[in-house]
Ligand binder design. Structure first.
Ligand code: CP
Ligand code: NVA
Length: 302
């Protein structure tokens, strides 16, 4: 593995290997076993959008691995004034050991990888969020012990989260159902791939999608960059909510996952969120462990 640009670039075995290492690093961390595998290495973190979890988990993860992390806001970098990603990649490759970038266009992440000479990690684009889904898969396996015969249902916008979840869960052999309005479906090419490679459905019918789910997943109706569409989206997504009715259609022991931040009363009710808060915050914690595994794979296991 040279980069983490999107999950479709990784084989199922590569994903499992990251998850196994993440479990090991989590166990070591909880038991006070130091693992300074990235001593002397520096990760640059470029943010063109806001972040709580991604920023703090990457920064903390690098410190726990014995390395350093630099927070690089696009407001302060020349990239924010139009310096091309191609040039930024070649310059930063001379100083850093890896770059994590959160931005809008997937093409910008791919450009950094093409022009730079160091590993690039996608910390979220409009197209996908691979780091989040690695943490999600880690959490699902913690709660359910294996991926075998599991069904994940995603309710809401066919956005970056839906795109990455489809790919990650199908690669792990899970069934995936997406419930979304017809105008807000996930990426067409990824849906085609999912249907050809596993058990995948996409429907506007929420109860049908939620039936017999083992994992219920949702995300905000308006993602970063779509704030201007918030009112229109509130109307379009009415009913696309993880609530008691949806939970009743799922298996009795279904878990709830949310990448966060959550909007209670929109994509999830406050009651369901609080009833499943342990699962959701374990998922948030696992960002740290899963990303440390990615960093070790990219920077120490070469
Ligand atoms: N889930 C997630 O990526 O959170 P942040 O936007 O806070 O990084
Ligand atoms: N779909 C959301 C995910 C946030 C982690 C967004 O892109 O804003």
């Amino acid at each position: 593995m040279k980069h983490l640009l999107k999950l479709s670039d990784l084989s199922s075995d590569e994903i499992i290997s990251i998850l196994n290492l993440a479990d090991q690093l989590k166990y070591e961390r909880k038991n006070g076993i130091e693992h300074p595998l990235l001593k002397g290495k520096t990760l640059g973190m470029i943010f063109q959008k806001s972040s709580t979890r991604t920023r703090v988990s990457f920064e903390t993860g690098m410190y726990q691995l014995g390395g350093n992390a630099l927070f690089l806001s696009s407001r302060d970098l020349q990239i924010g004034r139009g310096e091309p990603a191609q040039d930024t990649a070649r310059v930063l490759s001379r100083y850093l050991d890896a770059i994590m970038i959160r931005t809008f266009d997937q093409s910008e992440v791919e450009s950094l990888a093409e022009y730079g000479s160091i590993p690039i990690i996608n910390g979220l684009t409009d197209y996908c969020h691979p780091c989040q889904v690695l943490a999600d898969l880690m959490t699902i396996r913690e709660y359910k012990h294996s991926f075998k015969d599991l069904k994940l249902t995603f309710i809401g916008d066919g956005n970056n989260m839906a795109n990455s979840l489809m790919v990650g869960c199908i690669k792990m052999g899970m069934s995936v159902a997406i419930a979304c309005p017809e105008d807000y479906q996930p990426d067409a090419a990824l849906m085609k791939w999912a249907a050809e490679n596993g058990n995948f459905t996409c429907t506007p019918n929420v109860p049908e999608a939620a039936k017999d789910a083992d994992v219920l997943y949702t995300d905000v109706w308006a993602s970063m960059g779509q704030e201007g569409e918030a009112t229109k989206r509130q109307r379009a997504f009415e009913g696309y909510q993880v609530n008691e009715t949806v939970m009743a259609a799922a298996h009795a022991d279904a878990i709830v996952q949310h990448c966060l931040p959550a909007h209670r009363g929109e994509e999830i009710t406050a009651e369901v969120f609080e009833a499943h808060a342990n699962e959701i915050f374990d998922e948030a914690e696992n960002r740290l462990h899963a990303q440390k595994a990615v960093l070790v794979k990219l920077l120490a296991e070469k």
